[in-house]
Every structure is written in structure tokens, then in C-alpha cells.
Design a binder for this molecule. Sequence first.
Ligand code: NAP
Length: 488
Amino acid sequence: TMAHSKALLVLENFIGGKFVPCSSYIDSYNPSTGDVYCRVPDSGKEEVELAVKAAKAAFPVWSSKSPLERSQILNKLADLIEHDLEEFAQAESKDQGKTITFARTIDIPRAVYNFRFFASSVLHHTTECSEMTTVGCLHYTLRTPVGVAGLISPWNLPLYLLTWKIAPAIACGNTVVAKPSEMTSVTAWMMCKLLEKAGVPPGVVNVVFGRGSKAGEALVCHPDVPLISFTGSTLTAQRITEKSAPHCKRLSLELGGKNPAIIFDDADLTQCIPTTVRSSFANQGEICLCTSRIFVQRGIYSEFVKRFVAEAKKWKVGNPSDPTVNVGALISKEHLEKVKNYVKKAQAEGARVLCGEGVDSLVLPADNQKGYFMLPTVIAEVKDESKCMQEEIFGPVTCVVAFDTEEEVIERANCVKYGLAATVWSSNVGRVHRVARRLQSGLVWTNCWLVRDLNLPFGGMKASGIGREGAKDSYEFFTEVKTITIKH
Ligand code: NAP
């Protein structure tokens, strides 16, 4: 109705430093109420074309600025986002369903830090030099920005992951066209409002909102976009790889995971249990790094399970804006159904649900009855071959199984198509080193989870991705290297 649509937030694309309306829009839902609260441009080829043109036009000036000039602008942008941190956190929580606490303490602070981090790190790179005295030659390398970068990000950590791409891309002197997830576009749009004030010239950062299949694909297929940095599912990455192949594009692909936690009988359970509950259920389990297969050594299995379930049951599900809530709403109705179906499949296969979906009752506040909520769910007695142990669920569901030996658990942990992150819990240093080395995983955390130094490479093996991101890795991805030889 007219009265209803008046209250809706309407986003516009940001192209060449200006907000531009789109000819059609998509509804965006508030996951904690099930209401449409926002309309997002349904961009396609035309909008992408304009954005790429604007980015191309801005490239010569932006790429010839000194790293220090660009760094100052990135720092200014970080300050402006930080100044509005609470507003950004509220928006992220409402748009995504995540708790306000998570948005306040993780998402938005990290988005701010992404800009500060690359503003600093970009000043410290050096290139290589080598001498060949016998032939009187000196070789050296130069790195130059590539051009217009296409950036595609998912819905789970919206501003956090988008800025993890924008910051290094523009710090290195590229200009960008970004396409956030259609379901979580609000904070990207809010950031666009700050770009001019930060001193980002028009056309350096363009944001085109819309669906992956339309706007995303137009960006991937655009001949003037030589590199694509993508974070999302393995399935979409396969499609992007296919579509970009005719153009020989440079791709960075950060994809899904099926992350194991391996808990040996000498683990410090007082640390391990709360951390593993967090690694399983943080952000509703909607983090690519979340644990979803817990392997516990037989001797401590029953004690672990008892304490783990008791701890999981303490996690409060409810209105994301309530600061005492630990688990917010899942991203969409479809996603909630998909996650619940995994639990049903496991039960049908004979697995046992120890707590959560189907066994405990979920009491929600009156305003949240139509929201997409689900209790943290722990499943035991699941076979390694079952879908719940092989496929990424991406929700608040984790499986617990027992193991006997180090050799056995390494093999079982590696028997999935993914290889993103693993955690190992043991007080035996030698064992920790041995196991970490043999796990097929881009990241291994021992006796901790989600501790990141942005200087170091981030990314996955096998179906979890291609390429790494981090200070040096992002610099290499977002620049073109050239070897120059001088004979004297
Ligand atoms: P997704 O469906 O692959 O979508 C990711 C992005 O790609 C969205 O912006 C999506 O747009 C767009 N897209 C979809 N189809 C496209 C196409 N054909 N061409 C170009 N772009 C296209 O993933 P998601 O469901 O949003 O995110 C969850 C997945 O991301 C999980 O698998 C998770 O593990 C992974 N993830 C990985 C990392 C990591 O660092 N490794 C981090 C976070 C998440 P629309 O959504 O608007 O359609």
C-alpha cells in the first residue's frame, strides 16, 4: 500500500560520486520480524556499464596519487565510519538479523579497522631487485594498480567483508565497482554517503546494488573489469570462474567451509568448551569459519558432550536488538528452512539431536514471532558420510563425534571437499604442530578461534577457495607486477 511504501527505506546506486535511482527494485526483509523494510535497486547490465565507465574515468588520477595521499583518505573514511559506529551497527543488525552486540563489537569495528590497516600497510611494501654482474644487468620489479576491480561480497558479514576488499583495492590505486549481497545492502549504501567527505574522488568507489545473477554476473562478464574479488559460496564461485574464463580475469575466491574442531583428551576444557560453543554458534553460525564438525577423543567424549550441551543451552535466542541476546535471526526464510532440513535429514539417518531444533522449545518475543529464528542445535552420532558432516550448513548447527587416535582424526577431518579453517585443542605442543601441519586447511587455530593478524594470509584450500588475502597477499592481488632489466 502507499502508506506502507512511504515508510520503506529506498536505496540508490552510487555511481561516479552520485546517488542514482534505478528503474526497478527488490524488497529486502528485516529477518527478525519478517517485514519488508527496505527496497534495493535491481541493477543489471546498464547500471554496471555506467559504474564501470565511472571507475575507468577515475582511474588515471587515483592511480597516480602517492600511497600516502590515498592512505590519508582511507584513514579519514575510517574515522567517519567510526564516528557513526552505533548507527552502522543498528543498521547491520536490522538488515542482517545479527545481534546488535555482534555488530557493535565485531562487524563495524572491523570495517573501520580494515581501512586503517590497509592505509598503513600499503605504505610499507617494497619491490624486488637482483643483480647479474656477469652480464652487467640489474633487474627490479615494479607494482602498479590493475584498473577497475569488481568486488562481490556475501550477506553474513556485510560491511566487514566488503571493506576487506574495498580498502586494499583502492589503497593500491585501483578504482572499484562493488556489488554487495542483495539481502544486506544498507550499510554499504550508508558508507557511500561518507565517501565525498572522506575525500574519495567521484568514481573511485562505485556501488551497484542488486541480485548476483543479474548485477553480479554483469560485473563478472564486463570486459573492462580485469579482476574479481569474490567472497561467497563455492557454487557461485564455479559460475564466476566459468563466466570470467573468456576474459582471463584474475580471481580471488574466498568460499565456504566445513570446519573441524579436534579436541584431544589433554585439552583444557574450561577454555575449549565456551570457545567451541562460540565457534559453532557465533553470528547464528553464519560465518565461513564456524565450527560444524567436532571430533572429541573417546576418553573425554561423554564429559565434553554433557558440558558442551549445557553451555549451548545458555545461549539466548531472540530480538537481535536486545543486548543480552546471543543468537539473532537467520538471514532469510529460505535459509532457515534449509538449515532446519539438515537437522531433519540427520534425524532420519539415525543421528541424535541433543539440544535445539525439534527437541527444545523456542520462546520468542511478540514482535519476533515471524522472524527467522532457530535454537543452537547439537547433533551426535552422525556418520562421517552424512550430508550434515559433508555439506556446509551455515546455521547454528554443529555435529559432535568421537575419535580414538591422532592418525584417524586427521584423516576424518580431511575427508570433506572443503579446507578453510580448523581448530585443534591439546596441551601437547608436539601434537599440535604435527596435526596442524597435516590438516588440509588454510587456517589452523590451536587452543583458540578467530584470532586474526591481518598481516598474514587468509583463505582456503580445496573447495574453500583460490588465493589468499592479507597485507602482502592483497597487495599482490590488487597490483600487476612487472620485471624490468637494465643493462649498464
Ligand atoms: P553466494 O550466494 O555465493 O553470494 C555471494 C555474492 O555473490 C552475493 O553478493 C551474491 O549476490 C553474488 N552472486 C550470486 N550469484 C552470482 C553470479 N552468478 N555472478 C556474480 N555474483 C553472484 O553466497 P552467500 O550465500 O551470500 O554467502 C554465504 C557463503 O559465503 C557461504 O558459503 C560462506 O561460507 C561463504 N563465505 C566465505 C567467506 C570466506 O572468507 N571464505 C566469508 C564469508 C562467507 P546476491 O546474494 O545478491 O544474489
